[in-house]
Design a protein around this ligand. Structure first.
Ligand SMILES: [Zn+2]
Length: 173
């Protein structure tokens, strides 16, 4: 089944998403499954609800591309950030073929309820931390390409980490 993603420059991506209410209803649980499928179908490592047309504060992530253990984040809050940050290139399933150069914290601690509403506090590093910050930007209506000041350079992005990378655009260089 093909799931169409909301793509830049659609203004819907600029919406600030609303908190998800608990307990999760059937519709929200189906939406989570739908988001996981959309992420895997598009070879992404993360996907926010706004990208499939829902203005809700949640996203799915699988930085290892396990295709088995997607993580679900609902109403997430960053409660701690590392002092250190790193600048790298990111792509977005909602902006195919584009890249943004973004400075992100290398470590963040996140507080979020699990699907049953129990609070989880967990620390994430490196690519997972970058992906979470990318997805949390989506919740605020912000895109990784908003950070890019200069012109896109093909040379610059050669050996970089991609978030939500799309194999088709990644292999075209
Ligand atoms: Zn994105």
């Amino acid at each position: 089944m093909y799931i169409e993603l909301v793509k830049y420059p659609d203004v819907f991506l600029r919406c600030v998403s609303k908190p998800v209410s608990f307990p999760l209803d059937d519709k929200t649980q189906r939406l989570i499954k739908w988001m996981e499928r959309a992420m895997y179908n598009n070879y992404g490592i993360g996907l926010a609800a706004i990208q499939v047309g829902y203005q809700l504060r949640m996203f799915v992530m699988d930085v290892n591309r396990s295709f088995e253990h997607p993580q679900v984040f609902i109403n997430p809050e960053i409660i701690k950030k590392s002092k250190e940050s790193i600048t790298d290139f990111e792509g977005c399933l909602s902006a195919p073929g584009k890249r943004g150069e973004v400075k992100r914290y290398i470590r963040i601690t996140l507080k979020y309820p699990d699907e049953k509403g129990e609070e989880i506090v967990k620390t994430f590093y490196n690519l997972a931390a970058r992906c979470i910050q990318h997805e949390m930007d989506h919740l605020e209506g912000k895109l990784c390409i908003d950070y890019e000041k200069g012109n896109y350079s093909r040379d610059k992005h050669k050996s970089q980490t991609m978030v939500e990378s799309d194999f088709r655009t990644k292999s075209d260089s």
